[in-house]
Design a protein around this ligand. Structure first.
Ligand code: ATP
Length: 274
C-alpha cells in the first residue's frame, strides 16, 4: 500500500504498545534504535552508526506503524514518502524530491527541537529494484540521490537522520541499497500468529461496543493468515453489520460475516488485479 493510504489509516503518533503482536520485530527494532539514542557510546566504541533499517514482510502487517512508533521512541520528527510517488516524475524531479526530503527532515528537526529525524520510504522496491543489464531507467537518478544522501549523513551531529524503508519484495532490491552503511539492518514483519491476532483485535476493539459473551479468541482462531490491516477490517465490517441490523452492540455472528466479507474482498481484489 502507498503513503496516501497509510496517512489516512494510521494516527500521526503512536507507541509500540499500540502495535499488536510482532514481539520479535519490535524487540529487534528497539535494539537497533537504541544505537541512535546511545550515539555517544557507539562512537566511543568505534561502532559504525546506523543509517538505514529495512522492514520486510507482507502488506498490512504494521510496517508503517513501526516507523511511526520508532519516531516516537527516539524523539524524532517523522517524514514519509512512497517509492511509487517517484515513478511518474520527469528525469531529475525524483532526485530533487529526495534532496528536499532530507533538507526538510533536518530543518523540521531543528525547528521542533528534536534529536533526530526518521524518513520512512514505503515501497522502496519501486525505486530500488534491481537494475537489469545496465538498462537505464528514469528513476535510477532517484535511487542514486537516495544513496548519495545516505552516504552523506554525518551521524555525529544532531539532528541525526535515520532512513526506514519498507518492502514486501526484498529479493527484488538492488544490492547497492543493502551495502554496509546503507540498509544493513533488516527486520522481518510477519503475519501475526494467533496470539498476535488476538492482541491486534484487542487494540482495535477499544472504541467498539461488543455484546456480552463475544469471544475475540474465537475470531483470532478463525482468522489464520489475516494481516493486522485485515483484522482491523473485520472489526470495522462487524460494526457495520451490527448497524444494519439496528443493533447497539457487535455480536459474534456480525464478526463471523465480517471475516467472510474481508476474505471475499481480498479474493475479488486479486481477481481484478490479474
Ligand atoms: P503496506 O505494506 O500495505 O503499507 P504496512 O505493513 O505498512 O502495509 P500499516 O500501514 O502499518 O501496514 O498497517 C495498516 C493498518 O492496519 C494500520 O493502520 C492498523 O490499523 C492495522 N494494523 C496492521 N498491523 C497492525 C498491528 N500489528 N497492530 C495493530 N494494528 C495493525
Amino acid at each position: 500500500g502507498g503513503d496516501r493510504k497509510s496517512k489516512t489509516r494510521t494516527p500521526a503518533f503512536l507507541t509500540f504498545d499500540e502495535i499488536g503482536g510482532q514481539d520479535r520485530a519490535k524487540k529487534e527494532l528497539t535494539e537497533a534504535l537504541d544505537f541512535l539514542i546511545k550515539h555517544e557510546e557507539i562512537k566511543k566504541l568505534g561502532i559504525r552508526p546506523l543509517k538505514g533499517i529495512l522492514l520486510t514482510g507482507p502488506p498490512g502487517t504494521g510496517k508503517t506503524l513501526m516507523a511511526k512508533a520508532a519516531a516516537h521512541y527516539t524523539n524524532s520528527v517523522y517524514l514519509a514518502a512512497s517509492g511509487s510517488e517517484f515513478v511518474e516524475m520527469y528525469v531529475g524531479v525524483g532526485a530533487s524530491r529526495v534532496r528536499d526530503l532530507f533538507k526538510e527532515a533536518r530543518s523540521r528537526a531543528v525547528k521542533e527541537g528534536k534529536d533526530n529525524a526518521i524518513i520512512f520510504i514505503d515501497e522502496i522496491d519501486v525505486i530500488g529494484g534491481k537494475r537489469d543489464g545496465g538498462q537505464q531507467r528514469e528513476y535510477d537518478q532517484t535511487l542514486n540521490q537516495l544513496l548519495t544522501e545516505m552516504d552523506g549523513i554525518h551521524t555525529n551531529d544532531a539532528p541525526r537522520i535515520l532512513i526506514m524503508a519498507a518492502t514486501n519484495r526484498k529479493e527484488m532490491l538492488d544490492s547497492a541499497l543493502l551495502r554496509p552503511g546503507r540498509f544493513d539492518r533488516h527486520i522481518e514483519v510477519e503475519l501475526p500468529d494467533k496470539k498476535g491476532r488476538l492482541s491486534i483485535l484487542n487494540i482495535h476493539v477499544k472504541n467498539k461496543p461488543l455484546a456480552a459473551g463475544v469471544s475475540l479468541d474465537t475470531i483470532a482462531e478463525q482468522t489464520f493468515g489475516f494481516s493486522g490491516a485485515q483484522l482491523e477490517g473485520v472489526l470495522n465490517e462487524g460494526a457495520i453489520y451490527a448497524m444494519r441490523e439496528d443493533k447497539k452492540e457487535i455480536e459474534q455472528h456480525h464478526l463471523a460475516s465480517a471475516i467472510d466479507k474481508v476474505m471475499m474482498g481480498e479474493r475479488t481484489d486479486k481477481e481484478t488485479a490479474q
